[in-house]
Structures are given as structure tokens and as C-alpha cells.
Design a protein around this ligand. Structure first.
Ligand code: GLY
Length: 345
């Protein structure tokens, strides 16, 4: 597949969809590269990683912390890493975020690349230069923007994913389609089965299109001062649900996207039939579409959202499928809207 160049402020990140992990040595010399991964990746793909030095971290969101970054710094110090070393994160979104942060801060910045192994990381987390860790219960509170040098998306990694992890990524692909590509949305509607079976053409299409959408947006607004907020469609409520109820990211944003679509309908920018199409597509991948009974916990988490500005939230709505708009919504209005929506579920 064709590579994609994401150029920002004179620095280019080369994104390689459908490229074998075996070609990693073309981007960094094995004897001067350190791979960061977790135990699961080491068990599944240890043979591929063997030419490289490895720093292994504990898996899971609970370990996306400064303590984990500290253990990485200690090991980088022990193995006498210098400014010529390249750090490569091999894993899902958590590994990409931690690796990007450690690489950006150690020695004031080392070269860095990613080999994302999950669909979610291939279409979203590995691209765009956001990195960081959670802090005191807040998601990604500490972090930087720093573009990696390369992102190598080996589709064969996706075949080792459990179905739940695949759904996680599909929710982000559907998000990409909803915010900017109605043709991709229609393609997913017509091809659910081949997508879930990881048919090669289908994977190329959904990953390639999602990357194009994300890189186009990030190239225009790296620091999320405007258009990049569209990538948070479904995430304001989704992150709150993730935190309050502990659903997986894809499940939480699936509910968040349906609520945002219903809010769009209430505001007159999305037709009822399109809301139903969105719900139906998410359901066909067994993604949840309804908020549970935890409204208070969810609202509490929204109030604590670090992206909130005063009493307002930049909320992403749809002006038709494939066209996102950013509106400022007061917390109280959002609370009332979520309450109203609950009455209709
Ligand atoms: N995942 C949203 C963003 O990269 O902005």
C-alpha cells in the first residue's frame, strides 16, 4: 500500500500501512534501537523482536503512569542509551502513548517510531503525535505533542487480536467515517462481515481511509486548537463512560457517538434515519449503544474532563453523516440533554 507522509513544522512522519514488521530494520539499526512493549506482545511476537533490545512494561491502562515511565528511564540509563538511539513502541495505544512520552522526554528527545499491533492503535493512537500518561485518575493528563518518525502498520498483527479488541478499533474507524467520509460509512455498512473476518482488501480500505482522515486533520491542526477536536467525536461522553463504568474504549465511544448523534438530531443537524443507521451499524459489530443507569457517575466524570473550558465543553456534533461540527455546549445543557435522551432510550 502507498505510504502517507504527515508533515508538520518541517518534520515528516512516514506512515506505512500494510508493511511487514520485518522491515523495521530499514528505519532503525537493530543494535541502536530499543523496543518498548508489554508482556503480551513479547509472548505473541517475541521471535520478531529478538534482534532488538527490549524494555518490557506491565500491560493495561492501570500501568499507563509516571511510575512506568520511570522504570523505562531507569532501563534506558542502565543500557546507556544515547542521543543516537531510536525508541520503538510495539503494541496497542497504551504502549504508543507511554513510548512516545518516554522518548520525547529522555535526553530531551530521542528518535521514536511505532509498530502498532491493534486496530485501534493502527487507525488512531499511533498517529498524530499525542503521547502521555494518566495522572490521579485523569486520562492523558501528563503528555506532549511530538510526531514519531515512522509508523509501521503490519496487518498480520491484527490476526492475533481477540474479537473484543477488534471491535475497539472498529468503533474508531466508524468515528472517522462519521466525522468526515460518508462513502467510508456506506462501505462499512455494506461490508461488516468481510471487515470482521479481516479480509485483506477490507483491512486496507478501512485502515488506509482512517489514516487519511486523521493525517489530513492533524496536518492542519496538530495541537487541537480547532479542527482536531472533531477526532473527539463521541469521546467526551465516551471517556466519562470509560472512567465511570469501566467499559473498553471502543464500547464507551460507541455509546458516546450514539448520544452525540441524538444530540445532533435534537439540534436539527442530523436526520432521525441517520441516527438509526449509526445505531444499527454499531450494533452489527456488537458494540453497545445505550447508556446504563450510571448517569450521575458519568456526569461527574464529564465535569472533571480536562478538556472542559470553564462551564463549557467543545462538543462534536454531526451535520449529516460524514460531516462533523464543533459546538460549545454548557455543562448544564449537556446534562439536561443526556437526561432527556435517557427518557427516549
Ligand atoms: N485520538 C484523538 C486525537 O489523536 O486527536
Amino acid at each position: 500500500m502507498k505510504s502517507i507522509d504527515l508533515s508538520i513544522a518541517g518534520k515528516t512522519c512516514i506512515i506505512l500501512p500494510g508493511t511487514s514488521f520485518d522491515s523495521l530494520n530499514k528505519f532503525c539499526a537493530p543494535d541502536n534501537t530499543v523496543i518498548i512493549c508489554d508482556k503480551n506482545i513479547r509472548i505473541l511476537h517475541g521471535d520478531k523482536l529478538s534482534p532488538y533490545r527490549i524494555i518490557e512494561v506491565e500491560p493495561g491502562e492501570g500501568h499507563k503512569t509516571l511510575e512506568t515511565v520511570n522504570t523505562i528511564y531507569e532501563q534506558l540509563l542502565t543500557i546507556e542509551t544515547d542521543r543516537s538511539t531510536t525508541i520503538v513502541g510495539v503494541g496497542g495505544g497504551i504502549i504508543c502513548d507511554i513510548t512516545g512520552f518516554a522518548a520525547t522526554t529522555y535526553l530531551r528527545g530521542l528518535a521514536c517510531g511505532f509498530a502498532p499491533t491493534t486496530l485501534l492503535a493502527q487507525v488512531d493512537a499511533s498517529v498524530g503525535g499525542k503521547n502521555g500518561v494518566n495522572y490521579h485518575g485523569y486520562k492523558n493528563l501528563i503528555g506532549t505533542f511530538n510526531q514519531p518518525g515512522f509508523v509501521l502498520c503490519d496487518f498480520s498483527f491484527l490476526r492475533t487480536l481477540p474479537y473484543d479488541e477488534l471491535r475497539n478499533g472498529i468503533a474508531e474507524v466508524i468515528k472517522s467515517a462519521l466525522i468526515s467520509d460518508s462513502t467510508l460509512f456506506e462501505y462499512i455498512e455494506k461490508n461488516c462481515k468481510v471487515i470482521i473476518s479481516l479480509n485483506n482488501d477490507a483491512v486496507e480500505r478501512i485502515v488506509g481511509d482512517s489514516l487519511k482522515i486523521k493525517t489530513d486533520i492533524v496536518s492542519r491542526d496538530e495541537k487541537e486548537s480547532g479542527e482536531r477536536r472533531k477526532l473527539n467525536f463521541g469521546h467526551t461522553i465516551g471517556h466519562a463512560i470509560e472512567k465511570a463504568i469501566g467499559l473498553r474504549h471502543g464500547e464507551a465511544i460507541s455509546i458516546g457517538m450514539v448520544l452525540a448523534a441524538k444530540l445532533s438530531e435534537m439540534r436539527g443537524t442530523l436526520a432521525r434515519e441517520d441516527v438509526l443507521r449509526i445505531e444499527s451499524l454499531l450494533t452489527s459489530f456488537n458494540l453497545p449503544t445505550e447508556i446504563g443507569s450510571d448517569r450521575d457517575a458519568i456526569m461527574d466524570a464529564i465535569r472533571k474532563d480536562k478538556k472542559r473550558e470553564g462551564t463549557d465543553i467543545h462538543f462534536v456534533l454531526l451535520n449529516g453523516i460524514g460531516n462533523a461540527i464543533i459546538e460549545t455546549i454548557g455543562i448544564t445543557e449537556l446534562e439536561e440533554a443526556i437526561f432527556d435522551l435517557r427518557q427516549h432510550l
